[in-house]
Design a protein around this ligand. Structure first.
Ligand code: NAD
Length: 502
């Protein structure tokens, strides 16, 4: 039987996607559209407006007006807080609908849409979290350093017009991690969803309008990286670019920012290690956790997945046995089927890329399981079997490059010193996991790992816990105080209190 998601499309009531500029939904200026094909079936799912540089100009102009002469930047904290909480509640109330739209967008199964980090609930929590910062974004009043009596103060001002560019893999959380702090700080936004995950993001935007966001404060231009993203990141009237996506586009954004010295926040890729020590409390569970992160839900298309397992030789065989068992348990197919736990690769380009890495891996390690595209009723989709390579040298391509697919490279080590050196031997530094029963080792090693987030015997994303990368995994953090501060400029104000200081 051939897999189809068409009945779900009808039941969700998917509408054609349009642009939102200055509070008005409409087509792209040139009338262009993009047809989204479902990654599990290849079926056309729906059409949305494919913007141009002219649409970006309109959207940036609307955001600029809303910032320069609109009320939002000076809206009272109480009103802004109420709106953000109201929106969080709307998101929770529409969670099932949004999860279904996501399944139509990127084929992330409903079963996985309930897992906290990728859930609508997490996105709602991020809005609540940032609502809590609105009335705490203060500056300082400093004692006079020299001279006569005076006041020296700092204020936090909203940074201005923010271009928020999203990837396709975790639309709810990543929308929230950018839009919530930007709005909480008083910025206005032009948002570009990924062309591979548009419908669920457009619905999130509709709900924000329903929550009462004033016209022009959030504008949306849908379409591909070039021209839409490119026009945004080079636009002279954009003050800050907040981007989550690949290293290559992140690098392009840094280059483009030089033109007008835009502020830039980047959440990029990773090659995050999991260090499994001989004293791991449960080697089988560690293997299941690592393989689960690399295969379940997003099929390894997750920035922070532990795609390098560094395993102590004492427990190496036990780890590999349990890892194979976990890989065999991963199920694929209709994302609306409660028994399906993983997804296809997002598009044919990514499928070819991952299969290319797997071919290369066959000469760089020992293929333990997987290594092929899935056929049968899945043949029309971009499905790849969970793939594990053992005995990989850490310098191998499959241990160094972000593959963004269900591919795990397992590297043996002999002692803690070697494990730390291997873990840090990468251009990336997004996350790391370690599995040990020794609490001193856990902290000792955590502090030595060059990574933005370290999970000890487990890991979860939290709305108030900063998330981001060391090295080439990014610039800045999302979540917590530093995240909202990154949407502000610090201003110093000086006031003499006596005539002689004037
Ligand atoms: P991508 O870089 O291909 O695309 C991301 C966004 O950038 C899309 O909206 C795309 O249209 C846009 N874009 C492409 N070219 C552009 C250009 N020249 N100018 C401006 N915008 C442009 O990434 P993707 O395939 O959507 O997502 C996968 C990548 O995202 C992986 O590398 C993954 O590790 C990373 N990611 C990182 C995090 C994190 O928090 N660190 C989270 C999720 C994904």
């Amino acid at each position: 039987m051939t897999l189809t998601v068409q009945p779900h499309r009808e039941s969700v009531g998917l509408k054609a996607g349009r642009l939102l500029i200055d509070g008005q939904w409409g087509p792209a200026r040139e009338g262009a559209t993009w047809t989204h094909h479902h990654p599990a079936t290849g079926e056309p799912i729906g059409e949305f407006a494919s913007g141009s540089a002219a649409d970006v100009d309109d959207a940036v102009a609307a955001a600029r007006r809303a910032f320069d002469s609109g009320a939002w930047p000076s809206t009272r904290a109480g009103q802004r807080i109420a709106l953000l909480h109201r929106y969080a509640d709307l998101l929770r109330a529409h969670a099932d609908e949004l999860r279904a739209l996501q399944a139509l967008d990127n084929s992330v199964p409903l079963s996985f849409g309930g897992i906290y980090a990728t859930s609508v609930g997490a996105a709602a929590d991020v809005f609540d979290h940032h609502a809590g910062w609105v009335d705490k974004l203060g500056g300082q009043t400093l004692p006079p350093y020299q001279g006569g009596d005076h006041l020296a103060m700092t204020f936090r001002e909203p940074i201005g017009v923010v271009a928020a560019v999203l990837p396709w893999n975790a639309p709810f959380l990543l929308f929230a991690q950018k839009v919530a702090p930007a709005l909480a700080a008083g910025c206005t936004v032009v948002l570009k969803p990924s062309e591979y995950c548009t419908f669920s993001v457009l619905r999130m935007v509709e709900l924000l309008v329903e929550a009462g966001l004033p016209d022009g404060v959030l504008n949306v231009v849908t379409g591909p990286g070039d021209p839409v993203g490119e026009a945004l990141i080079t636009h002279p009237d954009v003050d800050k670019v907040s981007f989550t996506g690949s290293w290559a586009v992140g690098k392009r954004i840094v280059e483009a920012s030089a033109g007008t010295l835009k502020r830039v926040s980047l959440e990029l890729g990773g090659k995050s290690p999991a260090l499994v020590f001989g004293d791991a409390p449960n080697v089988g569970l560690a293997a299941a956790t690592v393989v689960g992160a690399v295969t379940m839900g997003l099929s390894g298309q997750a920035c922070v997945a532990n795609t390098r397992a560094l395993v102590h030789r004492e427990v190496y065989d036990e780890f590999l046995g349990a890892a194979q068992g976990m890989a065999a348990a991963i199920t694929y197919g209709d994302p609306f089927d409660a028994g399906v736990v993983s997804a296809p690769l997002i598009n044919e380009r990514q499928l070819e890329r991952v299969l290319g890495y797997i071919e290369r891996g066959k000469s760089e390690g020992r293929l333990v399981t997987g290594g092929e595209r899935l056929g049968g009723e899945l043949a029309a989709g971009n499905f790849v079997a969970p793939t594990i390579f053992a005995d990989v040298d850490n310098s191998a391509t499959i241990a160094q490059e972000e593959i963004f697919g269900p591919v795990l490279a397992v590297v043996p080590f002999s002692d803690e010193e070697e494990a730390v050196a291997l873990a840090n031997d990468t251009q990336y530094g997004l996350g790391a996991g370690l599995f040990t029963a020794d609490v001193q080792r856990a902290f000792r090693v955590s502090r030595r790992l060059r990574a933005g987030t370290v999970g000890i015997n487990g890991f979860q994303i939290e709305p108030h816990l900063p998330f981001g990368g060391f090295k080439q995994s990014g610039l800045g953090r999302e979540g917590g105080q530093s995240a909202i501060e990154a949407y502000t400029e610090l201003k110093s104000v000086f006031l003499p209190l006596t005539e002689e200081m004037m």
